[in-house]
Design a protein around this ligand. Sequence first.
Ligand SMILES: [Zn+2]
Ligand SMILES: [Zn+2]
Ligand SMILES: [Zn+2]
Length: 266
Amino acid sequence: MPSKSVQQQRLTEVRAHALYLMKHLGQQVVGRPLQALGWTFGFDRAKRRLGGCRYQPGHPPKKRITLSGHYVRLNGLAHRNNAGLQVIDDVIRHEIAHAIDYEQRGRSDHSAPWQAICQQIGADPSRLYEGNDLERVPGTYVVECPQCGQTDDFYKRPKNVRYCKPCSQKVGRRFDPSCRMVLRERATGKDVMYGDERKTRRLAPNASGATPAEQGYKYTATCPSCGRQTGFKRKVTRTYVCTPCCEAHANGQADRRFALKITQHY
Ligand SMILES: [Zn+2]
Ligand SMILES: [Zn+2]
Ligand SMILES: [Zn+2]
């Protein structure tokens, strides 16, 4: 993630650029700056599309062009795709073409009239930024299958452990450990734990010296590093980590190296 000041600078720059284009392209095509026709510009919180253009008839009509603030903070105007096109500049022109289309026809879509405006104002009509799965903002988290390499993006840390579907089907078992997808933080590239895995359980040394089994627990959890044990009455469905070891060796972060091994007593 870029620093706060870099992010702020990108937002300021992109806003200025958008207002400039709204003024000049409006002047060029409809004879007036879009602002003079009531159009405003702002950032929104969208993560699944890069831009938006809203036109709601009324008194006065609502006319607004928005860009994903999230995407702009991550990329700024300097972000270029493989074709060397400035993505954000193109998104702005794309949305301006919709605004002009609304002014001329009272509606807008991605059909021929809109495409003609795109040609006129230098937007690439073959690129779409508003639909699902189009030009998505990259997720904060990525899961990857160790078998086939398939990845999936997440904006929030997934709670449950993910398993690769196609690979599980090949193995014939839904939650086979070999199909367990690795969760990674995109910014750091580090492997991290799923939400439910971060539960920690404090393992207190037992004063009496009795094992959990001797104390009547059905399940024993053992730390693979320090050997401390604790008992569970019910089936353990989450991954727990050894709190003392995480505090001593991992800055108190839940660390998979200290995941407790569960054994069952009959
Ligand atoms: Zn569009
Ligand atoms: Zn797979
Ligand atoms: Zn331990």
